[in-house]
Design a protein around this ligand. Structure first.
Ligand code: 13P
Length: 249
């Protein structure tokens, strides 16, 4: 019932010119099953991507947005601009933004409410740090992040929300959560959504992210609670991304 989703988070990679080249490669991918494919280029490369992806099934996402409509926020980007570019998804609260750009549960929540109001679909990132995993408080951390992010989201909006479980220690390190651990944590996250929205939680897609690649995608995607992947490094290589979107084939 939940359509699987594979999303590439290109992070701070690919200039506009390089974006067009990668988009052209990705457009050649033959998708062998029912999966939604999203790519999230750098803000300055979104225009190039939107042009290059015209007529393709690949959906455009952004990596961040400001929670105000416009104004004196030097260096930020707003929802209205993304709308003009055909952006559908916006990654929010990625751990790199929390770590390096002082994003908090509160700012993530403001952004979630704004992008839903503006008709976008947020991809809300949650995940524990290594020391939190070692302290045995993974579920507490990710459930709190989830509930804080969703505070004030209406029942009618919840099926537009995508959550990505990204253990911080697994991002860019080559260390992946075991498929079972990822599945268990995602089940806990869905439990937190259920506490707020009851059975509507079954409609919310929850992705795994963190060193997911062409080698481990089959096992991760075979887990019942894992509805997709948010892919960093491996999404920058067309052959790897092809293999991931065609997981299990
Ligand atoms: P990697 O796939 O490079 O570990 O990055 C994961 C990620 O942070 C996606 O948002």
């Amino acid at each position: 019932m939940r359509k699987p989703m594979i999303a590439g988070n290109w992070k701070m990679n690919k200039t506009p010119t390089e974006t067009v080249a990668l988009a052209e490669e990705l457009k050649k991918i033959r998708v062998l099953h029912n999966v939604e494919i999203v790519v999230c280029p750098m803000t300055v490369s979104l225009f190039a991507a939107s042009q290059a992806l015209k007529g393709s099934e690949i959906v455009l996402g952004a990596q961040n947005v400001h929670f105000e409509d416009k104004g004196a926020f030097t260096g930020e980007a707003n929802c209205a601009s993304y709308k003009e570019l055909g952006v559908k998804y916006i990654i929010l609260g990625h751990s790199e933004r929390r770590q390096y750009f002082a994003e908090t549960n509160e700012t993530v929540n403001k952004k979630v409410l704004k992008v839903l109001e503006q008709g976008f679909r947020p991809i809300v990132c949650v995940g524990e740090k290594l020391e939190e995993k070692q302290a045995g408080i993974t579920n507490e951390v990710v459930c709190l992040q989830t509930k804080a992010a969703l505070c004030g989201v209406e029942r009618s909006q919840i099926d537009n929300v995508v959550i990505a479980y990204e253990p911080v220690w697994a991002i860019g390190t080559g260390m992946t959560a075991t498929a079972k651990d990822a599945n268990d944590t995602i089940r806990a996250i869905r439990g937190a959504v259920r506490e707020m929205y009851g059975d509507l939680a079954e409609q919310v897609r929850i992705l795994y992210g963190g060193s997911m690649n062409d080698k481990n995608c089959d096992e991760l995607m075979s887990q019942p609670e894992i509805d997709g992947g948010l892919i960093g490094g491996a999404s920058l290589v067309a052959e790897k991304f092809d293999r991931i979107v065609n997981y299990g084939r």
